[in-house]
Write a protein that binds this ligand. Structure first.
Ligand SMILES: *Cc1c(COP(=O)(O)O)cnc(C)c1O
Length: 611
């Protein structure tokens, strides 16, 4: 697979192919219309007045499009460029872009099969592909496209919430089935066990009754359903989810992160033990594979092991993996038969691509172990519109066992055991209603061209990670920048687990955090839309801030490294940092290698302007 043939290219190098395909797509669609009842009447012939009106209408359409084009050119961000080192966005695969545009001409709606006989099956198919990618059995699993990671996270919490209320409902409707169980025991029935019980409920024809006695009908019981544990590095969609689903934001508990910004599993255990002590159930634990701010990969394998220990003590919680950003990285560990590669082989196959092990040392064993453990999670969020290189709006929710759908569906999900006869009414099993079939087609086309293993997405993503490592090392090897009589340090927050680099500058001798924050804010403004249209920028970065409110005292280690005393951290309680998600595969290629010097030179220029 040639990575540079996957995209239109930073200089539209693949324009000829792109134009050809656009032409083909337009012709194909035009023909499709014409040959639907070819003998039907055409639009009427026009008299002079009507011709004038027609011209006026078409002119207005043209003007609107020209205005839109002008707006887009001025107000868009050049994701495609190797100079774009900001948010989790990049060039999209030509295959998915063209697949999207072609499908858009037909405008299918995947809410109902009837409105999307072509694209509903594609959505089911890519759901299975993504399920296989994370290690689930595609024959048992369930996956579908959401508008993004946010809605996928909502669905995960929705399913966890409804499922965990089922034992209480069964005890009301079919008391014999649950046996003698107290509130604590009912709260800790393992998810897979609940699904087996639900099978028995279905056999007795009591599914509707049980669902009517569950949280979806009765609402959250007084006293709540337990705590939902998320790391401090969480995406803010969890705060919204707790609000929307009635769990309540106060039921969120935040697990500390370690100095590598991965969840501190020791602290997780401490929190869970405390909750068990007071008999507060743990509804779920979120593990993040690729945190939004730092790209940190939480040690999922350790959380899975921890739950096995608790299960022996009859305590159970749902484990959701929020891999919205990092999910597709798992392809870097898979061979063509979807087998998880041995660690040594993962390293050696990338050495074969010419990457220097001493430089990158990617992946660390802990990162490898975390990705391997994904197969044991109860639900997973993955965003094709992030590291799937697919246009918006494509997220995905994945479950290892599709029986869980019975807790959220508005038609009994078992109809899809007879899928061929009862085509999917997706709208009945998902949070959204009408949704673009074009998005499912875009993901489907992307997966057709770029396979979900080390030779496909794995190769593409490995190149982006290599680019991130080169950026990281070029900052590390230029720790001091001299401008006239002033010296500036730059420090990285931590070594990237995947492809996000966080860094900040400070002037040598400065001990004021407020001043340091101002400096980085000003640097950000020079490298973002804040200084005018980004089209003129040397490079484009993003920013974030790490605050006491979110991370406790953890960021103080970083400010210390930049020469800021602890008292300053206590005063400001927030450090402003620059952030570069390096999704482009280009910067790992030799003809872009001098870009690092361009970036450093440009940083020096801007610092000189600020000095
Ligand atoms: C991006 C992201 C989300 C939200 O996804 P959207 O697609 O923006 O809705 C959730 N969790 C993590 C870890 C993310 O990186």
């Amino acid at each position: 697979m040639d990575i540079n043939s996957l995209f239109l290219g930073p200089k539209s190098e693949n324009e000829e192919f792109f134009r050809d395909m656009l032409q083909f797509m337009v012709n194909d669609h035009i023909g499709w219309r014409k040959y639907f009842h070819p003998d039907d009447a055409s639009l009427p012939h026009l008299d002079e007045d009507a011709r004038k009106e027609k011209k006026e209408t078409l002119d207005r359409t043209r003007e609107a499009l020209l205005e839109l084009a002008a707006n887009l050119q001025v107000g868009s961000v050049p994701w495609f460029s190797p100079r774009y080192l900001g948010h989790m966005t990049t060039d999209t695969l030509m295959a998915s872009l063209l697949g999207y545009m072609l499908t858009l001409l037909y405008n299918p709606n995947n809410c109902a099969y009837e409105a999307s006989p072509a694209t509903t099956p594609m959505e089911i198919e890519v759901g299975r592909q993504l399920a296989a990618m994370v290690g689930y059995d595609p024959l048992k699993a369930w996956g579908h496209i959401t508008s993004g990671g946010t809605v996928a996270n909502y669905e995960a919490m929705w399913i966890a919430r409804n499922l965990r209320s089922i034992p209480f409902a069964i005890q009301k409707v079919m008391p014999g089935l649950m046996g003698e169980m107290n509130h604590w025991q009912l709260s800790n029935v393992p998810g897979p066990k609940i699904l087996d019980l639900l099978d028995q409920v279905k056999t007795s024809g009591k599914l509707e009754e049980v669902r009517d006695a569950s949280v979806r009908s009765l609402g959250i019981p007084a006293g709540g359903m337990g705590k939902w544990l998320v790391p401090q590095s969480k995406h803010y969609s969890w705060v919204k989810a707790a609000d929307i689903l009635g769990i309540g934001q106060d039921q969120l508990e935040f697990v500390k992160v370690k100095k590598d910004y991965r969840m501190d599993v020791g602290h997780l255990k401490h929190l869970i033990d405390g909750l068990i002590n007071e008999e507060t159930p743990v509804l779920g634990v979120v593990v993040v594979i690729g945190t939004t701010e730092e790209g940190a990969v939480d040690e999922l394998d350790k959380v899975i092991a921890l739950r096995q220990d608790y299960e022996k003590q009859n305590t159970w919680f749902h484990i959701h993996v929020d891999a919205a950003y990092g999910g597709y990285v798992r392809t870097a560990f898979l061979d063509e038969n979807n087998q998880f590669l041995p660690y040594g082989q993962v390293k050696s196959q990338y050495l074969a691509q010419g990457f220097d092990e001493s430089d990158t040392a990617w992946p660390e064993k802990s990162v490898y172990n975390a990705f391997r453990a994904m197969a044991a999670a109860d639900s997973i969020t993955v965003d094709p519109h992030k590291m799937g290189y697919v246009p918006y709006a494509a997220g995905a929710i994945l479950l290892p066992d599709r029986r869980a759908l019975d807790t959220i569906s508005y038609f009994a999900a078992y109809v899809f055991e007879k899928e061929e006869k009862n085509p999917m009414l997706l709208g009945s099993y998902i949070m959204e209603g009408s949704k673009a079939g074009a998005v499912a087609a875009a993901v489907w086309t992307a997966h057709r061209v770029v396979s979900l293993h080390a030779g496909g997405y794995g190769k593409l993503i490995r190149n982006s990670i290599e680019g991130a490592y080169r950026f990281y090392y070029s900052l590390k090897t230029n720790p001091v920048i001299k401008i006239l009589d002033k010296e500036y340090h730059v420090h990285c927050l931590c070594k990237p687990d995947i492809n996000i680099v966080i860094y900040a500058f400070n002037q040598k001798g400065n001990t004021s955090l407020k001043k340091m924050n101002e400096l980085n804010q000003k640097i950000y403004e020079k490298f973002s839309y804040r200084s005018g249209p980004v089209y003129a920028s040397d490079y484009i970065m993003s920013k974030t801030s790490l605050s006491y409110e979110e991370y406790g005292d953890r960021p103080a280690l970083f400010t210390h490294a930049l020469g800021i005393p602890h008292s300053e951290w206590e005063k400001e309680q927030e450090v402003f940092v620059l952030r570069s998600c390096i999704m482009t595969p280009l910067l790992a290629q030799s003809n872009y290698s001098e870009y690092w010097n361009v970036f450093i030179a440009s940083l020096k220029d801007k610092l000189a302007e600020l000095a």
